[in-house]
Design a binder for this molecule. Sequence first.
Ligand code: GTP
Ligand code: MG
Length: 179
Amino acid sequence: MGSPQREFLCKVLVVGDLGVGKTSIIQRYVHNIFSQCYRATIGVDFALKIVNWDSNTVVRLQLWDIAGQERFGHMTRLYYREAVGALVVCDLGRVTTIESVSRWKEDLDSKVCLHNGRPIPVILLGNKCDQMPLGTTNTNLEHIGQDLGFSNSHMTSAKENVNIDLAIACLIKEILANE
Ligand code: GTP
Ligand code: MG
């Protein structure tokens, strides 16, 4: 007889400006594929990954891939409902996307919280670390993340598969700690 299985359905939001690599991160994480060609997400897309977290815990991770253009829309409040965690993504090569991180974090904090009223855990991803003309370091990113109240931050590359699994595992850990 095995130990009883715990199963959690976790809704996780993936937000950030246009073209920072949200869809690419999800494609890498869920299907281990990467495409150079850019097709902007319209509205929202969904992906599901079943994660065998430990011998008695299964996480059904429902990833909500929210189009960058939605920051200027009025739909985010609807999309954010019942989320238990989020990733805010910026492009380490484009300063405007790094500046937008605070606005995405504020948008999340003002529109979604856990059932106990606490804020949902949010992790900052500095993506495209395979190409970084601005020379942002891990320390810079960590400072930005700490100042803005992120749980933690990671430099990632969807292209070269750097830190994607690690960052999402960190988020799942935070989410399970709230269960
Ligand atoms: P929206 O749907 O418009 O909000 O964009 P998005 O955030 O989903 O961006 P998407 O994943 O579509 O990626 C935009 C472009 O960046 C594509 O051409 C990708 O191939 C490229 N890209 C994504 N991640 C990386 C990365 O880690 N490194 C490099 N070099 N390019 C990347
Ligand atoms: Mg997209």
